[in-house]
Ligand binder design. Structure first.
Ligand code: C5P
Length: 243
């Protein structure tokens, strides 16, 4: 019998009720999906790596004052997080053209962008997470203008932090996705970084060789995904061993 009550199950993670009100336990599965779950596989060890890597990035963000949901790691696959109300947006930051941007604008992957670009998708599996503008977001009430200002500020602070950390270990941060949550202190609402930060939600290229060290390895059948994530963890000094 499960020892915790399941609150939500997504493609790569499960959320369980936490030990205290306002907390959840986030469990990292080994499942990988791509192209809106049309491509699926179980990747031995991915959950353990992403649990450790998300801990590493969120802890680093806490240290530089970027608010996020991470409280502490519990074991190899689980971490304690703050319960948030997820803003139904995927917030994407891009430093170099790749993926859907490269395709949309006919740019060669790896082309440097004139400045970091923040864009949004509406989180909806049935629709395949369509890209949306700030106008859509405000008109449909997913966030207001103040929220959007705060979201852009959080996204750019995360980008500065992650870009620096990765560059320090010979990795270019091409782009990444974060999710944002709302928390309340009485009537006062704050936005914090939620979900996860891992090679599942970033594009990471080796500075020297251009080798891909992220989920594109799985999406594009470029090799062993666990090996790629292990290399990222090794360079960052994040060693997935017993708790
Ligand atoms: O596919 P696209 O180029 O728009 O992806 C931009 C970035 O957002 C990539 O790093 C990708 O891994 C991430 N992403 C994600 N989850 C999605 C869509 C994109 O983590 N559902």
């Amino acid at each position: 019998a499960p020892r915790r009550k399941k609150v939500y199950e997504g493609k790569a993670k499960i959320l369980y009720e936490g030990p205290e009100p306002g907390t959840l336990v986030q469990y990292f599965k080994d499942d990988a999906t791509a192209f809106n779950a049309q491509k699926k596989a179980t990747i031995e060890g991915k959950g353990v790596l992403n649990n450790r890597l998300s801990e590493f990035f969120m802890t680093g963000l806490t240290n530089i004052g970027v608010p996020n949901h991470f409280i502490r790691r519990i074991n190899m696959r689980e971490q304690l997080i703050r319960q948030v109300e997820i803003v139904p947006l995927e917030v994407i930051v891009r430093n170099f053209a790749a993926g859907s941007l490269a395709k949309r604008l006919g740019l060669e992957e790896g082309t440097p962008l004139p400045r970091p670009i923040v864009e949004y998708s509406y989180k909806n599996d049935e629709l395949g997470d369509p890209m949306v503008s700030e106008e859509y977001i405000i008109a449909f009430g997913w966030a207001n203008q103040q929220d959007l200002d705060d979201i852009v500020s959080l996204a750019l602070r995360v980008n500065d932090f992650l870009s620096g950390v990765f560059f320090g270990v010979g990795i270019k941060l091409i782009d990444f996705k974060i999710e944002i949550g709302r928390i309340w202190d009485g009537d006062f609402m704050r936005l914090i970084v939620a979900d996860e930060i891992s090679p599942d939600s970033c594009r990471l290229w080796d500075v020297k060789t251009g080798q891909k060290l992220d989920k594109d390895v799985f999406r594009r059948d470029l090799g062993n995904l666990t090996d790629a994530y292990t290399e990222v963890a090794r360079r960052l000094g994040v060693l997935p061993s017993a708790p």
